[in-house]
Design a binder for this molecule. Sequence first.
Ligand SMILES: Cc1cc2nc3c(=O)[nH]c(=O)nc-3n(C[C@H](O)[C@H](O)[C@H](O)COP(=O)(O)OP(=O)(O)OC[C@H]3O[C@@H](n4cnc5c(N)ncnc54)[C@H](O)[C@@H]3O)c2cc1C
Length: 715
Amino acid sequence: MSRRRLLLAALLLGSIAAFFAFDLGQYFRIEFFQSRQSAIEEFRRASPLATAAIFFAIYVAVTGSSVPGAAILSVAVGAIFGLLWGTLIVSFASSIGATLAFLSSRFLFREAVRSRFGDRLRAIDAGLAKEGAFYLFALRLAPVFPFVLVNLLMGLTPIRTRTFYWVSQVGMLPATIIYVNAGTQLATIKSISGILSPALIGSLVLLGLFPLVAKHLVESAKARRRLAKWPKPEKFERNLVVIGAGSAGLVAAYIAAAVKAKVTLIEKDRMGGDCLYTGCVPSKALIKSARLLAQAKRAREFGFKAMQVEFDFADVMERVQRVVRTVEPHDSAERYTRLGVECLQGEAKITSPWTVEVKTESRVRTLTTRAIVIAAGARPFVPPIPGLAETGCLTSDTVWDLRALPPRLIVLGGGPVGCELAQCFARFGSRVTQVEMLPRLLVREDPEVSELVARQFREERIDVRAEHKAVGVLREGGEKLLVCEHGGKEVRIPFDELLCALGRVANTAGYGLEELGIGLTPARTVETDEFLQTLYPNIYACGDVAGPYQFTHTASHQAWYAAVNALFGVVKRFRADYSVIPWATFTEPEVARVGLNETEAAEKNIAYDVTSYALEDLDRAIADGETQGVVKVLTVPGRDRILGATIVGEHAADLIVEFITAMKHGIGLNKILGTIHIYPTLAEANKYAAGNWKRAHAPQELLKWAEKFHAWRRG
Ligand SMILES: Cc1cc2nc3c(=O)[nH]c(=O)nc-3n(C[C@H](O)[C@H](O)[C@H](O)COP(=O)(O)OP(=O)(O)OC[C@H]3O[C@@H](n4cnc5c(N)ncnc54)[C@H](O)[C@@H]3O)c2cc1C
């Protein structure tokens, strides 16, 4: 704790201690004021301003230092100054005092609370940032919540000081008037608790709930008004229409059918979406072939003289398509029809909150529906780099059509998709240059993780160009060149093919969002609330089109919420839970993560302990010749609570599941350590990481006593 904090804490604790030690409470009793009323009255008549200033200062000091006495002071001020002046004095003094207590709490505790629970508080903070004033107003109006507690707790939230002040002043006004008014009848008051009868408290609680209820009613009215603009069908043919049959849409439709809703799934292209045709499935199939080739090149390491692998790149790409075709039936219209989903092939357009138009080759149909789930996905982002449109480029949509291996390939982008594909093509024999504007590959991961991947890439002769900004594409003498800016200089890189892997943009145009006025976020995804609901209470969005994550598993996770909220929202809605989100990059070494890494923890100012276990010590990794990698776990300092884990190495994406489960269900490293892991497996790395944590957090004092005990036992 800083000196200034210590000083303030000492001051506050000192005043609270003095209050009780010197029995100052005796001066804050009704009888005390009743016995001194005439003397105080006399002093007020002689010096009204001085009396007001003294009471004001005492009031601020009492409330600001969070000692009891505010209610009795309000009564006393009412007795001395009457209703009008009394209310003015108490209202300002109590608001200033409350704000001082609020600021003290913020100064003393907020940083510590943030650093300890920062990630968990994110959802609460977001709610308070949006609706904090309403909650505070309700708490202030209802005097069942102690004044002091509200000040101190609010100090820990992100609510602005100015908002806190004025909401407190307005919210406390009814109770202030009641107390001050009671003071005008001081002689008749028997006890302070009698001032607020249960009926009066009940009325104030109702008054406190009023703004929340009113807000809810206003929002419902606004939504109804928005809907009222559109003609509502008398009957609906369907409960749900889902637009897009990718990872998100398929799951949303499946859930609707499983709960016996009448659901229609509309897909304009191929059922299965990106994941099946241009994303996860083909990329992982390609990675497998590339990996086999890379392993064959390591033949000597495994005791072989040589392993010659002859291959035709076109055959590899055909195998990728075979894999896609094998998985295809899982996402097919036939399977989903069997599951109870009506599958329509065509382009969907939302024409009103209740109707979706489907354009097929032969006709246009209009479907009526109670609710709509938008799952229209995303597409590769191609930057407006001068010359790029003319030379053309590959993207994750088109790269799968290649049948000839490009001799020189530039991969633009150092994110997961760029890294996975760069390594694959390098392994097949392309001379790959990977261009990244930022200082390192996989910039969301910790620097040491990026370095492990970059080191492997360098070994595989991938030319990684970090801090290179692509600014143009030229054709010179029949050669295609990428022009980059690097350290103030121009760098030209020749290529045969250029693969753009610079992220993906949500599909938000051309299917009715503009006409309905459904807005977009700054990241250009469909704007939804925490329930995945758009501007319209019966239209939801999920998957890549909604963000913020762009993975198949997050798309299907969101799809559950979107479908359930769309179908049962009138009864109960569920907030999408993003508390434990894992992901992986399937390079070699594989990189998997859940929760925080060091970079994010530092950015968010969250305190952490870090424990690592290097795979080079692991028996199974040594036997497999896969010793490159690490298990890294972040925990709350001094506590057995996991904040996040990163695993780099063989099968990292499978191994991380133990930490995902642990985080999801609040299991700590002690429990992982106490779980039997099969020998010899890579999964043992998790247990050894937990062991390292345990050793670093061993109770040293207790161990000293144990040492003494053993010495004594030896005699
Ligand atoms: C190369 C690559 C590798 C990847 N690897 C992984 C991985 O390993 N793991 C992982 O979790 N994620 C991976 N992803 C990401 C993953 O593919 C996506 O996050 C996921 O596919 C998103 O699913 P979605 O349903 O939101 O969108 P999509 O799969 O894009 O589905 C949207 C569907 O909506 C349809 N559609 C759009 N508009 C309309 C309309 N008006 N009418 C009718 N239909 C419409 C589209 O045709 C499309 O089929 C990868 C992505 C890429 C590009």
